[in-house]
Design a protein around this ligand. Structure first.
Ligand SMILES: Nc1ncnc2c1ncn2[C@@H]1O[C@H](COP(=O)(O)OP(=O)(O)OP(=O)(O)O)[C@@H](O)[C@H]1O
Ligand SMILES: CC(C)(CO)[C@@H](O)C(=O)[O-]
Ligand code: BAL
Length: 303
């Protein structure tokens, strides 16, 4: 068994048109490949939501601000296709760069405000590249639903904003971050960690959860974030690019935790840049049933 693969917009549209004629609902899961359990969870969720699921695999050169990062990005199409078979995904769309961007390609989709700061400040041009390719993928597949992971939280909010602003008729469905047993968020970049770095890596998630809990209990924001940065560096990370508290949907900076928020981080462990984020909100906002569960979850990851 194998998953059907198409490589051109024309072939993709032919398959999708057939599905539409049969009245099937369609979901798309955009990826850059090197599929791991995080991606596969998105595909499973998509299969529960729609009758036909397209997974896209495109290592988008426009979103890499660093040529070495692009060159080092894993390309494992055969393995990726094999992983999709047992799930029952219906189509894998693998365009090449020439198919996506003609020689005279001249359009950039740029989403202001939400793309500024956080990763946008450290990866110039990255979010223009993401917005441009995601707009194309959503229009090419004309899906009803598109699934995005919360691990790339700024990207998720940027895509939501873009779809609203451009009236793209699709529902964006977020999926919670899938983690290793020790808390490390799954990412294809984890493969670049040495064994020693891999033992340090989960400290990012545990500091994040600990900090989210302290903020929820009323710790003052700025000193608490300073302590968290120090804890990440003390664990063995080389640099903390950012660690910030932002509004949950608008990603506006917050000086105090007075509404639902996200704590977002990017940090370098050796030569690998890792990102992560967790939700937090004033503890008074938590339902009683959730308070002990959340706090217990944070404790487990700290161990
Ligand atoms: N651990 C995860 N949990 C949930 N969703 C994830 C996870 N990792 C990636 N995704 C989602 O999968 C989709 C494709 O992501 P991508 O191919 O960039 O994978 P990645 O592992 O994040 O790669 P990278 O390490 O290069 O950022 C995105 O919507 C992303 O948010
Ligand atoms: C959404 C995406 C597939 C666009 O290239 C990429 O940014 C990713 O994998 O998260
Ligand atoms: N996961 C977002 C893709 C990137 O890092 O370029």
């Amino acid at each position: 068994m194998s998953v059907p693969i198409v490589r051109t917009v024309a072939e993709l549209r032919t398959v999708v048109a057939g599905w539409r004629r049969s009245g099937a609902s369609i979901a798309v899961v955009p990826t850059m490949g090197a599929l791991h359990e995080g991606h596969l969870s998105l595909v499973r969720a998509a299969l529960e939501r729609a009758e036909r699921v397209v997974v896209t695999l495109f290592v988008n050169p426009k979103q890499f601000n660093n040529a070495a990062d692009l060159a080092a990005y894993p390309r494992t199409e055969n393995e990726d296709a094999a992983k999709l078979v047992p799930l029952g995904a219906h189509l894998l769309y693998v365009p090449d760069a020439e198919e996506m961007y003609s020689a005279d390609f001249a359009t950039t989709v740029s989403v202001s405000a939400i793309s500024e700061g956080l990763c946008g400040a450290f990866r110039p041009g990255h979010f223009d590249g993401v917005a441009t390719v995601v707009a194309k993928l959503l229009l090419q597949t004309s899906a009803d639903f598109a699934f995005f992971g919360e691990k790339d939280f700024q990207q998720l909010q940027l895509v939501r904003r873009m779809v609203q602003d451009l009236d793209i008729p699709i529902t964006i469905v977020p999926y919670p971050t899938v983690r290793e047993a020790d808390g490390l968020a799954l990412s294809s970049r984890n493969l670049r960690l040495s064994p020693a770095e891999r033992t340090i890596a989960p400290k990012l998630a545990s500091v994040l959860l600990d900090t989210a809990e302290r903020l929820a209990r009323g710790s003052p924001v700025l000193p608490t974030l300073d302590e968290a940065r120090a804890a990440i560096l003390a664990a063995g990370y080389r640099e903390v690019e950012y660690l910030e508290l932002r509004g949950e949907t608008d990603l506006q900076s917050m000086a105090s935790l007075d509404r639902p928020a996200r704590l977002l981080v990017a940090a370098w462990l050796g030569d690998t840049r890792l990102i992560d984020n967790v939700a937090t909100s004033p503890i008074g906002n938590w339902p009683d049933s959730q308070r002990s569960v959340e706090v217990e979850g944070a404790k487990q990851l700290r161990r």
